[in-house]
Design a binder for this molecule. Structure first.
Ligand SMILES: Nc1ncnc2c1ncn2[C@@H]1O[C@H](COP(=O)(O)OP(=O)(O)O)[C@@H](O)[C@H]1O
Ligand SMILES: [Mg+2]
Length: 393
């Protein structure tokens, strides 16, 4: 399945094209944008959707051309199909000079659509869209503190790191109650604060010294409580962008507070896993967070994870789903002993337990949904990238 996005201020044209894409198969539509993203917005748009094909309306030629330059820079190899009502030959000639080889004229016609897609598939086969970053960024806010977000985020990150060709980063962005370092009994010298301070010059900074490595999992803990140091959204964005270049997946643990940088993180990530429990306060807060994210057009990224799900629940799954307005993505059983054993040994929850199996399942389902695994066969690895060897092997 080829991944595509449509960028078109003309809603009618965009919806006709998405109908065509859906009816013909072969191409999966990742996103439809009614405006031309530019600058960092464009970078984020491309990262989050990792398209191989962009159907680009040339209604506003100047903006379309600016976008073409951005696509070439961020995602070389990505194929652009100009879409237009007129498809003026002079304009097309002009576009060919900036690398556009395909055009589809509205109203779209299935035969020419098929021919175009086949040509693009061949082209992509020869020269794949070079995505130099992973789009597998997942964040885990709890609906309410104590719901189990950290437990699920960390154990899912460990499960992801067991998958072949993976290299996973667990980032603790719960600045007030960061527990990841404690849960793994890490003795990191550096924390998220040092990483954030160096966010703008990470290319030169020895990243491996900032993180602790446990097999194929790297951990950036929240560390000390620090009321003086401030982390701003730009630093978090830079950190995540940097990490995307060489990790196959990134899991971010968040607190339940909707701080400024959280929204940035959520905009950047592939999935927002709101962790809640079947109690009324937790469900109430999950619904609040969900509607906030929906109001910011991020609703389609949200998955509800039901932790400590009971065998004979007082509130049924159907009731929960009607209360939240969205289905529960996955349930995690209550396992006090399993969690306790993990905490006392400083390890992940045993993967052979019922709870442990759920983390494996979650890691598989979210990564399968994210399309082809990216970043695993990345062009740079640590040792090529840095001259410094990791502190912990
Ligand atoms: N499925 C579970 N079964 C039993 N205890 C759990 C489970 N999930 C989390 N816990 C426990 O609940 C408490 C809160 O979990 P934590 O992951 O820190 O929540 P959050 O990050 O949402 O604040 C911790 O003591 C943790 O060990
Ligand atoms: Mg937590």
């Amino acid at each position: 399945m080829l991944r595509a996005v449509i960028v078109s201020p003309d809603a009618d044209m965009a919806s006709r094209l998405s109908e065509m894409i859906r009816s013909q198969g072969q191409v999966g539509l990742m996103k439809l944008s009614d405006r031309y993203p530019s600058g960092y917005d464009l970078e984020r748009f491309l990262r989050a959707n990792a398209p191989q094909i962009v159907f680009l309306s040339i209604e506003d030629l100047a903006k379309a051309k600016e976008m073409l330059r951005g696509i070439e820079e961020t995602l070389p190899g990505c194929q652009v199909v100009a879409i237009d009502r007129a498809c003026d030959p002079q304009v097309l000639l002009n576009l060919m000079q900036v690398g556009v080889r395909e055009c589809l004229a509205y109203p779209f016609e299935s035969q020419s659509y098929k021919v175009t897609i086949n040509r693009l598939a061949e082209q992509l086969d020869k020269r794949p869209a070079k995505i130099e970053f992973s789009d597998n960024v997942f964040c885990f806010p709890p609906s309410k503190a104590g719901a189990g977000a950290t437990t699920i985020a960390l154990n899912t990150a460990v499960a992801m790191s067991r998958m072949p060709d993976s290299h996973v980063l667990m980032m603790d962005l719960d600045l007030n109650s960061g527990l990841v370092g404690f849960m793994l009994k890490l003795d990191n010298v550096y924390t998220i604060y040092e990483a954030a301070e160096n966010a703008s010059k990470l290319d030169e900074h020895p990243w491996p010294q900032l993180v602790a490595s446990i097999g194929k999992l790297d951990v950036l803990p929240a560390g000390r409580l620090d009321s003086q140091t401030h982390i701003d959204p730009m630093q978090v964005r830079q950190l995540v962008s940097f990490a995307r270049q060489f990790y196959s997946s990134i899991c971010i643990d968040l607190s339940g507070n909707m701080e400024k940088f959280f929204i940035e993180v959520m905009q950047d990530c592939k999935k927002v896993c709101i962790v809640c429990t079947p109690g009324i306060p937790s469900l109430h807060l999950a619904r609040q967070k969900l509607s906030l994210l929906q109001s910011m057009d991020l609703g389609d990224k949200v998955s509800i994870l039901m932790n400590r799900a009971q065998k004979r629940p007082i509130i049924s799954t159907v009731q929960i789903q009607s209360l939240l307005g969205v289905p529960v993505y996955q349930e995690f059983p209550n396992d006090y002993r399993g969690v306790h054993n993990a905490l006392t040994t400083g390890r992940e929850i045993d993967s052979s337990t019922e709870l442990g199996k759920q983390f494996t399942q979650l890691s598989h389902s979210v990564l399968e949904q994210s399309g082809p695994k990216l970043g695993a066969k990345k062009k740079k690895n640590f040792l090529e990238y840095f001259t410094v060897t990791p502190t912990r092997a």
